[in-house]
Design a protein around this ligand. Structure first.
Ligand SMILES: NC(=O)c1ccc[n+]([C@@H]2O[C@H](COP(=O)([O-])OP(=O)(O)OC[C@H]3O[C@@H](n4cnc5c(N)ncnc54)[C@H](OP(=O)(O)O)[C@@H]3O)[C@@H](O)[C@H]2O)c1
Length: 315
């Protein structure tokens, strides 16, 4: 089968011909139609999980994908051949991922069927980004009236977080450059947008909310403890990071609740996200659709920050 894989940690991704995996006991083999691209894909290929789990090379990149069940392994009861499924397929211990014609998933793992009306491109774009957004909104206990700043709102996680927080009745402030993308976030439910390129996010938020706001969801800051956005929070406010930026003890000392989210996706959550997307309550904007042959070039561009918005690989 065709796959985009790396030969070692940090190597450039290459298009390769590799043996298709087999569905073991309790597993399904999925003929993928579309793979979703997330920043963690190249972080994992660079060795983000090195030392904590075995890796096998060549290692196929990617986690998210959507496709059709091709075979079921012994003992599988939850899925049948021919069903449309989507979810997370990264298995670094076996060198398997979603940037390939075939992937395997445990029937109890983060995989679920999705409604016929939902395009494969949308399904492939959802698993990591939207489940992370969902868990961020739940963990921060966002409710009607909560004022939340989403830093990195223009990205995959951010766009879903804007919608899920707005669906709960929150007052959402989203970071975005002025123009089409800021207008789009407003359409998705943001009540205010703040231009992060002016480097005045704290000042701009405090100007409209002088008493401070309730929650900061930070999808951008990557240095532990270096969290200037905390300055927009009221006493007792919540700061949550997807990049390990929160230092909970230091934040507690200034009466801020700090947390770092490690996302976990479940089949139940995937089923819910597919239902929300199918019903139009969670919109997915796919900015770039690329072919597998072009994926190595596209990944290089994404890594250097030269391509914006959600990318999917059509297989
Ligand atoms: N802990 C976990 O379990 C977990 C789960 C999911 C994601 N993550 C991490 O969370 C981060 C966000 O994920 P994602 O999928 O949403 O990534 P993404 O699609 O690349 O989005 C990041 C967004 O942030 C914007 N941005 C860049 N610099 C900014 C700044 N200074 N201020 C405000 N916005 C800025 C980018 O805009 P431009 O495109 O215009 O540069 C981009 O739209 C990634 O680093 C990812 O690895 C962690």
């Amino acid at each position: 089968m065709r796959a985009v894989a790396v030969r070692e940690f940090g190597a450039a991704p290459e298009l390769m011909e590799l043996p298709a995996p087999e569905a073991g006991p309790g597993e399904i083999l999925v003929r993928l139609r579309v793979a979703g691209v997330n920043p963690f894909d190249w972080k994992a290929a660079d060795g983000a999980m090195r030392g904590s789990v075995e890796h096998r090379f060549p290692m196929i990149m990617g986690s998210d994908g959507a496709g059709v069940v091709e075979k079921v392994g012994p003992g599988v009861t939850k899925f049948q051949v021919g069903q449309a499924v989507y979810g997370q397929f990264m298995k670094v211990q076996r060198g398997l991922g979603s940037y390939a014609d075939y992937a395997v998933a445990s029937e109890d793992g983060p995989v679920a069927t999705f409604p016929e009306g939902l395009p494969y491109t949308w399904a492939a774009a959802l698993p990591t980004a939207s489940s992370t957004a969902y868990n961020l909104v739940e963990t921060t206990k966002i409710e009607p009236g909560t004022v939340v700043l989403i830093n990195g709102a223009t990205g995959g996680v951010g766009q879903s977080a804007v919608q899920l927080a707005a669906n709960k009745g929150a007052h959402v402030i989203a970071t975005a450059e002025p123009g089409e993308i800021a207008d789009y976030l407003t359409e998705l439910g943001a009540m205010e947008t703040v231009d992060f390129t002016r480097n005045r996010v704290v000042e701009d938020v405090l100007e409209s909310h002088p008493g401070g706001i309730d929650v900061v969801i930070d999808l951008v800051t990557a240095t532990r403890g270096d969290t200037p956005l905390v300055a927009v929070l009221r006493r007792g406010g919540i700061y949550i990071s997807t990049l390990g930026a929160a230092d909970p003890e230091a934040l507690a000392a200034i009466d801020i609740q700090g947390a770092n989210l490690m996302n976990r996706t479940t089949p139940e959550l995937l089923a819910l996200l597919a239902e929300l997307a199918d019903g139009g309550r969670l919109k997915v904007r796919v900015e770039h659709e690329v072919r597998l042959d072009d994926a190595p070039k596209t990944l290089a561009q994404l890594r250097s920050g030269k391509s914006h918005g959600k990318t999917v690989i059509v297989l």
